[in-house]
Design a protein around this ligand. Structure first.
Ligand code: 4AD
Ligand code: MG
Length: 429
């Protein structure tokens, strides 16, 4: 079967391209049809006298996004963006379209989001989702090549892990309430006792009542959990995988980055090591920049942007106050008011892409932390067992796939980094 992406193997041969009409143009005796077949785009040229008359009769009926079969001979053409062109002999419509809602003119975002199912066909959206695919494959390859085992963690869960205010809740038969997973971390922690190094990759849910350009209610998270790693080991791993992902996209998505007009100067600098700054230092830095932040406050989106604009590469912010972090993070050995955690902020102002920490491995301290967070002990009994039977130092982290896609693609809003975004005000289509 012929695909445009494989045109180089068919030069001089007659093929049938099946696809959709992306654009058309007529100069009297010559007709140009741009066809998209999923694998790529190709310009077809029909010349009067050489192509079937049928093509010229059909021309006016061929609305944008009509599906077609186009017969012709593949020719090398250095002027064509793909390097190849189709000398059309005939066109057979599969389904004629006359009133495709998305036209070449500029549409507002609200209109495009309402037509997201069609917007996906545009060149830019296509480029973003192909970069997303490359990132997903890079992540899986990385873990596979570095001794990690994939553990698929449940989506329906009995408890909160990242705070009770962002839980989606559903009735669960006679067992009361179930919650959509905010993270698979706690289950990954159970798996390291069997496999050492593990990861998961799946949908994650946060009932975030925030309308920022960085928040989805359903997003895809990659989480890793590593036996015997301390926080420093954790950061070296995060750094390494982020550099690998960026490298893979730069190597394999040249066309897509160009389509997005992405300036890759900073991406090319994404190499280890990344700077590590403490929360204490970050607060001082922000205060000096005029932000109304005091020690103990969380660092918000605009503040993250301000911090990351100070650095050419992604930057780690470590050791946050215990009071603003989840219960499972390990207490700092010298300063019990802090926990051994780190957020990784992307470069170019894109904000947090990874959150991670060393885990509290002391049974009594973990109980105290669960109580501090006003969580019930009983549902976490299984999790406490992990500190009773062969407890070890261990660490892990979670990366938001759409945050990484947004950064690498250089797009403004996270809603374009996922095929069908779910946000506070969007559940359609
Ligand atoms: O920082 P978070 O909340 O960390 C955790 O869930 C840990 N349990 C991970 C772990 O240690 N295993 O989330 C991790 C990452 C964030 O850095 C961010 O990239 C992304 O998930 N994220 C979101 N992405 C899109 N929309 C949201 N509402 C997000 N919330 C978090
Ligand atoms: Mg976080």
């Amino acid at each position: 079967m012929f695909w445009i992406a494989k045109a180089n193997e068919y030069v001089g041969m007659e093929v049938e391209v099946r696809g959709w009409l992306y654009n058309k143009r007529s100069k009297g005796k010559i007709i140009f049809l741009i066809i998209r077949d999923g694998s790529g785009f190709m310009q077809g040229v029909a010349v009067k006298g050489e192509a079937s008359d049928n093509v010229f009769v059909l021309y006016d009926k061929l609305g944008l996004e009509s599906s077609l079969k186009v017969k012709g001979i593949i020719q090398k053409d250095s002027r064509a963006p793909s390097g190849y062109e189709l000398a059309i002999s005939d066109v057979t419509p599969i389904h004629l379209t006359s009133d495709y809602p998305i036209q070449k003119k500029e549409h507002g975002v609200a209109f495009l989001m309402e037509h997201r199912h069609l917007w996906l066909r545009s060149k830019k959206q296509r480029a973003i989702l192909r970069i997303r695919d490359e990132i997903e494959r890079a992540i899986i390859d990385y873990f596979h090549d570095n001794g990690f085992i994939r553990i698929d963690t449940p989506i329906l869960t009995p408890t909160a892990a990242e705070g009770t205010t962002t839980l989606f809740c559903t009735d669960y038969f006679d067992l009361g309430k179930a919650y959509l997973a905010q993270t698979g971390q706690l289950y990954l922690e159970a798996a390291i006792f069997s496999h050492g190094l593990v990861y998961n990759f799946g949908p994650t849910f946060r009932a975030e009542k925030s309308k920022t350009r960085r928040h989805l209610t359903e997003f895809w998270m990659i989480e890793a959990e590593e036996a015997f790693y301390d926080l420093d080991d954790n950061l070296v791993l995060e750094e390494d995988i982020v550099c690998y992902i960026v490298k893979r996209v730069l190597e394999n998505c040249g066309w897509e980055l160009q389509e997005l007009e992405r300036d890759t100067t900073h991406l090319m600098e994404v190499k280890p090591p990344f700077e590590r700054i403490t929360y204490d230092y970050a607060v001082k830095l922000l205060a000096n920049k005029g932000f109304a932040i005091k020690w103990g406050d969380d660092i918000g989106g605009d503040e993250e942007t301000a911090i990351s604009n100070q650095f050419d590469k992604p930057v780690f912010v470590t050791d946050y106050p215990k009071a603003i972090r989840p219960f499972y993070m390990k207490e700092h050995p010298d300063r019990p008011e802090l926990v051994r955690c780190a957020d990784l902020l992307a470069s170019e102002g894109y904000g947090e892409i990874i959150g991670g920490s060393q885990r509290e491995d002391d049974y009594d301290k973990l109980i105290a932390q669960i109580k501090r967070c006003k969580l019930p002990i009983v549902p976490y009994k299984w999790y406490l067992d992990l500190r009773k039977y062969g407890s070890i130092p261990h660490s892990g982290w979670g990366m938001g796939l759409e945050r990484v896609v947004t950064w690498i693609c250089g797009i403004h809003h996270i809603r374009e980094a996922i095929p069908l975004p779910r946000m506070m005000y969007r559940l359609y289509p």
